[in-house]
Design a binder for this molecule. Structure first.
Ligand SMILES: *[C@@H]1O[C@H](CO)[C@@H](O)[C@H](O)[C@H]1NC(C)=O
Ligand SMILES: *[C@@H]1O[C@H](CO)[C@@H](O)[C@H](O)[C@H]1NC(C)=O
Ligand SMILES: *[C@@H]1O[C@H](CO)[C@@H](O)[C@H](O)[C@H]1NC(C)=O
Ligand SMILES: *[C@@H]1O[C@H](CO)[C@@H](O)[C@H](O)[C@H]1NC(C)=O
Ligand SMILES: *[C@@H]1O[C@H](CO)[C@@H](O)[C@H](O)[C@H]1NC(C)=O
Ligand SMILES: [Zn+2]
Length: 443
């Protein structure tokens, strides 16, 4: 070999660029293992469970401390391909991984992001469904459901009505995962439309269902999150690029306004996981030909990165008692922004509240003690990748045993049914009727 050739070869990055084609389970596993091996100092690969057919549900974690949670570092996640026939998100997340690991240490923005955020990436929640689809098809196909024919985005406990379906292994794996990490922000990647859809997907009178919408107490934050994603995607932001006649102003919508559904994953994340999740519909065509993949990556790259940064919105910190013990299971909420299942500190006494800049009163309540109210001002965001940091030191001592005794979990029953004045709601019907009749489900 010519010496110049050899020298050039050494300069080229070791990683071969990921190609733009569909990766089946085997190819995806090989790629993820190779990433975890080549970038072991800031990535970790693990499986959170298995599909019905025994395929691993892989998650690649990227972060300064990929193997464990560190106080102050928010946990973020992306989950794709929960409908096996909606395939764009699956490949986009592999390309996102490629982008993050190859830019780390070279691009200051990405280096900062990885240094300050623990990013969990699950390219496929429904690998059996993906393998069941024979060939690219823009419309519904049998791979939407898991191997037992359950739609996984109808398979979670629901806060508005009983959802007594049989919980599937893929769903149970996600539910368990949400208990092991204190996720603060997430997105769930779908296809068949082009829109960023935010909670709730189901509703009651108390959340606005009489007005054909169902809003959370954090609606301003959710609109900001959906807008952050949609506004950076040139086709999504137009709101009317798919030929299914829907027009979404600015490319965002409340899930319930679009069409209500029961047992969805985003509502579950928010209510029982304390994790803000939105649903991203990334392609008019559910399973486009692979020649299109480079265009999708190009249209979504900036959105995917900017959305992760939103894990640093608002305020975070720890709660201690008079003796300096950090207190788990303490309720930390914003006044007038109460969650139906109150947000509580994790085992490190930490809380994270995603909030837009402004003035708020934080209400900290340890079991058996009076609430402590504190006014805070969250400034306009700086570029430091950090939420406002505020620890609370309670003026009394807490019996730590008493904190273990309270059961912090809200029961997984329709919590909104307990709100006074609640009555059953007739769901907005014409579109829902058409959706059911024509089998044109997206989310
Ligand atoms: C990992 O490193 C090997 C050896 O340099 C290389 O062949 C492979 O393409 C790399 N894989 C990734 C995903 O970077
Ligand atoms: C990562 O973050 C830590 C703590 O904020 C900081 O001390 C360190 O300089 C950062 N490293 C890089 C490479 O940005
Ligand atoms: C669902 O399960 C709950 C609790 O077990 C029960 O009270 C309710 O009647 C069931 N609903 C239906 C429609 O089966
Ligand atoms: C975005 O829209 C343009 C113009 O309609 C189209 O050419 C392009 O393929 C679209 N991009 C994607 C990823 O669909
Ligand atoms: C503070 O939170 C506790 C626990 O959720 C609640 O009981 C109390 O009413 C709240 N106080 C105020 C002033 O909002
Ligand atoms: Zn879907």
């Amino acid at each position: 070999m010519h010496p110049a050739r050899l020298w050039l070869g050494l300069l080229l990055p070791a990683a071969a660029a990921l190609d733009f084609r569909y990766h089946h389970q085997e190819g995806m596993e090989a790629y993820l293992k190779s990433v975890a091996q080549n970038y072991s100092s800031f990535t970790q690969l693990h499986s959170i469970g298995k599909s019905v057919r025994g395929r691993n549900l892989w998650v690649l974690v990227v972060g300064r401390f990929p193997r464990e949670h560190k106080v102050g570092i928010p946990e973020f996640k992306y989950v794709a391909n929960m409908h096996g026939d909606e395939t764009v998100g699956r490949e986009l997340l592999l390309h996102l991984i490629d982008y993050l690991v190859t830019k780390h240490g070279r691009d200051p923005e990405i280096t900062n992001l990885i240094n300050s955020t623990r990013i969990h990436i699950m390219p496929s929640m429904n690998p059996d469904g993906f393998e069941a689809v024979k060939k690219p098809d823009c419309y519904y196909s049998n791979g939407r459901e898991n191997f037992n024919q359950y739609d996984l985005n109808r398979n979670f406990p629901d806060a508005f009505e009983y959802n007594n379906v049989s919980r599937q292994p893929e769903t149970l794996a996600i539910m368990k995962w949400l208990k092991t990490e204190t996720f603060v922000l997430s997105a769930n990647l779908h296809g068949g439309a082009l829109v960023a859809s935010y909670p709730f997907d189901n509703g009651a009178q108390a959340t606005g269902a009489l007005f054909s919408r169902s809003l959370t107490p954090d609606d301003d934050v959710f609109q900001h999150l959906a807008h952050t994603y949609a506004s950076r995607n040139p086709n999504m932001t137009k709101g009317d690029q798919c030929k299914n006649k829907m027009n979404f102003p600015n490319g965002i919508t409340n899930g319930y306004s679009w069409y209500p559904l029961q047992g969805g994953m985003q509502d579950y994340n928010y209510i029982w996981g304390q994790c803000f999740e939105i649903t991203l519909e990334l392609s008019c065509c559910k399973y486009p030909r692979e020649e299109k993949l480079p265009y999708f990556w190009n249209d979504n790259k900036a959105s995917l990165i900017e959305y992760i940064k939103q894990a640093h919105l608002g305020i975070k910190g720890q709660v201690f008692d008079q003796s300096g013990n950090r207190l788990p299971n303490v309720i930390v909420e914003v006044q007038d922004r109460k969650h139906i299942c109150p947000f509580r500190t994790n085992i490190f006494g930490e809380y994270y509240l995603l909030l837009l800049p402004g003035s708020y009163t934080i209400n900290v309540t340890a079991p058996g003690h009076d609430s402590q109210l504190t006014k805070v001002v969250i400034p306009e965001r700086s570029q430091t990748f950090g939420a406002l940091k505020k620890d609370f030191h309670l003026p009394f001592q807490v019996q730590l045993d008493s904190l273990q005794l309270v059961n912090p979990l809200c029961p997984m029953v329709p919590l909104y049914k307990t709100i006074p004045g609640h009555s059953p709601i007739t769901k907005p019907s014409l579109f829902l009727f058409l959706v059911t009749l024509l089998h044109i489900f997206f989310k």
